[in-house]
Design a protein around this ligand. Structure first.
Ligand SMILES: *[C@@H]1O[C@H](CO)[C@@H](O)[C@H](O)[C@H]1NC(C)=O
Ligand SMILES: *[C@@H]1O[C@H](CO)[C@@H](O)[C@H](O)[C@H]1NC(C)=O
Length: 433
């Protein structure tokens, strides 16, 4: 027996490992990717995806309140026999598929909805008044559950471990940062995420290396003056005028203090003060958002916004308080695509959808808390086309966060397969030299 092993089996294994493996890796990974896509497109699988998405769509939940959504995910993972850690960051969870060995690769979906009333009529219209999945997170959860099933069916072929990251509170409340803080992603080497995109047709994905979405901060300020009769202004300290000058002064942060080749935004988005045409109010509240693509920008802009508001206040004999709201809503860093991870996901996307259907995505100054992962590990974030064909034909595409937002459910099997394929072939790619 021993000689049979040493003389025959052992050299054969050696030969197979060293010789034909590398040359076949690309081909076998193409077979794998196409096989994942075929499975995801099977009518039974597709119908399961649609029914999941519609259930989630019908009961949207806001940041850190995703209890039913989380329960639905756990039920599905239980049915699939996938273990998970729960709760993480209140309502979040992290499932585990694969060998249990390193490397660990993360796939991420966000679960929360928006505080707005749905205006789209469908049999699965939101039943939670004033809440709506207007940002497609229902599809994100569904696509990741789809990937979970595809991966679990091939768990013996996984040369590593996939962490299925279902996080709460992407919309403004930095759920991702709490997932990281609670250690749910410790040991994860790389991560992939997607956002459904209503502006590109289904079947097309897009991204780019480097910064892809902006970092974001917010501020709220109160300008305290002295109220009085509007016909006797010299007896008052007018906070309306002080705020007006402050709004103008703040604009210089972008036009005069930012490298013209860099991108930043500062928008004062609300001014709230005064009630009558003949009364100067005591105080005026105002605030807005600021966006940036480089990591040092947040602290710089924060300091300058505070200085400008306080200094303008004193010019007008007022006083001001400025609040950056960091305790409740953590500022988001920019989302940065690691060039290697980006290339990897792009290659997989090209096999799945055809080279011409992987496009160079635009940077947007919108923010996304996937950025917190991109600070900790190699990350790639892609937009995935989900344009409603009927709406596109009649020129009526509604954007994210619109009460009329709809998405093309044909995106679901594509996203499920892409998730699974990016993770599986990541492990295979590490096996190559
Ligand atoms: C690109 O996508 C379109 C639409 O889904 C499809 O018809 C076409 O075959 C794709 N291209 C390739 C090279 O696969
Ligand atoms: C696409 O939009 C049309 C109207 O513009 C709507 O009737 C239809 O239900 C939408 N399709 C999906 C899949 O949401």
């Amino acid at each position: 027996m021993a000689s049979f092993y040493t003389n025959f089996i052992f050299p054969l294994i050696l030969l197979l490992t060293i010789f034909p493996y590398n040359s076949c890796a690309i081909e076998s990974s193409e077979l794998l990717i196409n096989d994942l896509f075929e499975s995801a497109k099977q009518p039974e699988f597709f119908n399961w995806l649609k029914s999941l998405r519609r259930k989630i769509h019908e009961y949207p939940e806001l940041a850190f309140q995703e209890y039913k959504t989380s329960e639905l995910i756990r039920n599905e993972l239980d049915l699939l026999g996938i273990e998970y850690v729960w709760p993480v960051a209140k309502t979040g969870l992290v499932g585990t598929v694969g060998s249990g060995q390193e490397p660990w690769f993360g796939l991420r979906a966000d679960m929360d909805a928006l505080p707005m009333q749905e205006m789209v009529d469908s049999e699965y219209k939101s039943k939670n008044d004033g809440k709506m999945h207007a940002c497609g997170h229902d599809a994100h959860v569904t696509m990741l559950l789809g990937a979970a099933r595809l991966l679990q069916n091939r768990k013996d072929k996984l040369k590593g471990t996939v962490k299925l990251v279902f996080q709460p509170a992407e919309e403004g409340y930095a759920g991702a940062s709490y997932m990281i803080e609670e250690g749910a992603l410790d040991g994860v080497k790389a991560i992939f995420g997607m956002h459904v995109w209503p502006f590109i047709p289904t079947g097309i994905i897009g991204s780019k290396p480097g910064p892809i979405m902006a970092g974001a901060g917010r501020f709220t300020a109160i300008m305290h003056g002295k109220g009085g009769h509007a016909a006797i202004p010299h007896k008052a300290k007018d906070p309306i005028l002080a705020v007006s000058m402050t709004v103008l002064a703040l604009q210089q942060l972008v036009s005069r203090e930012t490298d013209p080749l860099e991108s930043r935004v500062l928008s004062v988005a609300f001014v709230d003060g005064g009630e009558a045409g003949n009364v100067i109010p005591e105080s005026v509240k105002f605030g807005g958002t600021f966006r940036f693509l480089t990591s040092g920008s947040y602290s710089y802009l924060k300091q300058r916004i505070k200085e400008i508001i306080e200094t303008e206040a004193s010019v007008h004999q007022c006083t001001a308080t400025v609040d950056f709201g960091e305790d409740l809503m953590r500022p988001y860093p920019p989302t940065l695509n690691d060039p290697t991870m980006y290339e990897h996901a792009k290659r997989v996307g090209a096999v799945l959808l055809g080279e011409e259907n992987v496009t160079h995505g635009d940077i947007t100054m919108g923010a996304e808390d996937f950025s917190f992962y991109s600070q900790k590990m190699s990350a790639a974030f892609f937009t995935i086309g989900a344009q409603n064909k009927t709406a596109a034909a009649t020129g009526g595409v509604k954007g994210l966060h619109s009460p009329y937002f709809t998405l093309d459910e044909d995106v679901l099997p594509i996203g499920a397969a892409l998730h699974a394929a990016v993770a599986m072939s990541y492990f295979d790619s590490l096996g190559q030299t």
